[in-house]
Design a protein around this ligand. Structure first.
Ligand code: GAP
Length: 481
């Protein structure tokens, strides 16, 4: 069990304030430590690597896909399974192009881009050295590059005034590549929930307040992606749209803040490395009345982990006007018709899995040797248990290992490994976050007991073979309590 989470009161005034917390420093000083572990142990690979890679797309390897699936399951459990007021949806990535005109993305979903006059490299203005933290008003100022004396970080060349660069990817639907057939790859899952608002509400017979949760791919042609899987061009989102009465919106917004903070803490993120940060009025996305981010102290600074937004009636109101469909809700209690307000919680499994990897990373010295472990919450760990033989040359030991592993496999991810001596096998499992190892030795053949080793304390205990599955299942259940 982790300590109860501590979340400071969310900032209210002044806007753009971050809750004042002393900088705890990152859990891992160098991002490279995580990137190289992720590659070496099969969590994340650069996409299309044999062709030199493709910028800002990453592939999840055998352990990464387990971790990310576990993150998605944990989110779904908290947001859908454990609640009566939220239901799921899986909408298409491609939508009617009109959706993105109505949502404001065609006109406004853009970042400020500057280009070097000599090497032609392009940069996102607010990520240039000397322009970090630039207000959105300043980002729109055509004279800002000159005023701040900004130069190209690559060759010192002159930079163009900023222009808005739309982040949506376009493609063509059908066999003819003409303008009429242009469709967009969705830049957020949210719009799928809005255009299905009536379908979901009527089929599930939910009354306000209720929510629609979605997990799925989104795409953004980011100008300066980077920091590993933090900012990619193809990524996943875990978003929940909560439909509320307008007069309840401010209160319900405030209620979601600690809930979302607690979810990260419940799965092991140290609360000292979390903070809330409210968006300044000129920083708000085009749809937002108010936005507060849960930020995490990454090795490259405090950055958004998840955003909580009060979107007001912007989305349903605009879709009603543009589609001509009535998207009002009828409240039988008050006999009123109105457009619900939307409170959105917008996170992503890539950024969350990345955070869990960083925050669980441990290095220590054990008997003169460096031990690396990932203290992942058991629900998130790719393998829950590894079954290891002390002597792989003894067929009876190997057979007993397989029997135990096969029994565990019906309920959880369990792995058998005999490719090294036991000390090394333990270290390998520590490094990928496996919470428990079961070792079968010569004595096991006599006394019918095995050794269960705990990843974090490294303590070992003897357990009868027939009780080992119950023990692991009980510990998994206890970790969830
Ligand atoms: N529907 C609102 C929305 O999309 P956002 O703050 O732009 O809000 C929500 O994105 C979450 O999606 C982020 O907190 C992050 O977890 C994830 N996300 C956004 N852009 C991303 C990117 N380029 N790479 C990885 N994850 C991203």
């Amino acid at each position: 069990m982790t300590d109860p989470p501590v979340h400071p009161a969310a900032p209210t005034t002044p806007a753009a304030a971050a809750t004042p917390v002393a900088d705890p420093g990152p859990a891992v000083a160098a991002l490279d430590t995580i990137v190289s572990l992720a590659k070496r142990r099969g969590f994340v690979f650069p996409s299309s690597e044999i062709y030199g890679g493709i910028n800002a797309v990453w592939d999840y390897g055998p352990l990464g896909v387990e971790l990310k699936n576990n993150v998605k399951r944990a989110w779904w459990r908290a947001m859908v399974q454990e609640r009566d007021d939220i239901v799921g949806l899986d909408a298409g990535i491609l939508m009617a192009p009109q959706v993105w005109v109505t949502s404001g993305h065609v006109a406004s979903f853009s970042d400020p881009l500057v280009e070097c006059g000599t090497c032609r490299r392009r940069y996102r203005l607010d990520e240039l050295p000397g322009a970090e933290g630039l207000s959105v008003t300043d980002q729109k100022d055509p004279g800002v590059v000159e005023r701040l004396g900004l130069r190209c970080p690559n060759d010192g060349g002159p930079l163009s005034p900023p222009r808005r660069f739309n982040l949506m990817f376009k493609t063509y639907m059908g066999p003819v590549e003409e303008d009429a057939a242009v469709v967009y790859l969705r830049p957020e899952t949210a719009q799928g929930s809005y255009v299905n608002f009536k379908n979901v509400q009527q089929s599930s017979r939910k009354k306000l307040p209720f929510g629609i949760a979605q997990i799925g791919k989104s795409f953004r042609n980011e100008i300066s992606p980077g920091n590993f899987v933090f900012r990619m061009r193809e990524f996943e989102q875990m978003e929940m749209q909560y439909f509320v009465r307008p007069d309840d919106a401010a209160r319900i917004f405030d209620e979601w803040l600690p809930r979302r903070w607690d979810w990260y803490a419940r799965y092991g993120v140290d609360s000292r490395r979390l903070r809330f940060r409210e968006h300044a009025p000129d920083e708000l996305a085009h749809y937002a009345k108010k936005a507060i981010d849960v930020e995490y102290r990454f090795p490259f600074g405090w950055k958004e982990l998840e955003g909580i937004h009060n979107r007001g009636d912007f989305d349903l109101g605009n879709h009603q006007r543009a589609s001509g469909e009535n998207l009002e809700y009828f409240d039988p209690a008050t006999e009123e018709h109105f457009i619900p307000f939307i409170i959105e919680t917008a996170g992503g499994p890539d950024r969350a899995a990345f955070t869990f990897l960083i925050d669980s990373y441990r290095e220590e010295e054990v008997r003169g040797e460096k031990r690396v472990s990932l203290a992942l919450h058991p629900d998130l760990a790719p393998y829950k248990v590894a079954v290891l033989p002390l002597l792989k040359k003894r067929p009876e030991i190997v057979a007993l290992c397989h029997k135990i592993r096969d029994d565990l496999k019906t309920d959880m991810m369990a792995v058998y490994d005999d490719t090294a001596a036991i000390g090394k096998l333990y270290r390998r499992q520590d490094e990928i976050g496996t919470p428990w190892c079961i070792t079968v030795d010569v004595d096991s053949l006599e006394d019918g007991a095995v050794t269960v080793r705990d990843r974090d304390s490294m303590t070992q205990e003897r357990v009868p073979v027939e009780g080992v599955k119950r023990l692991i299942t009980d510990r998994l259940a206890a970790s969830r309590a």
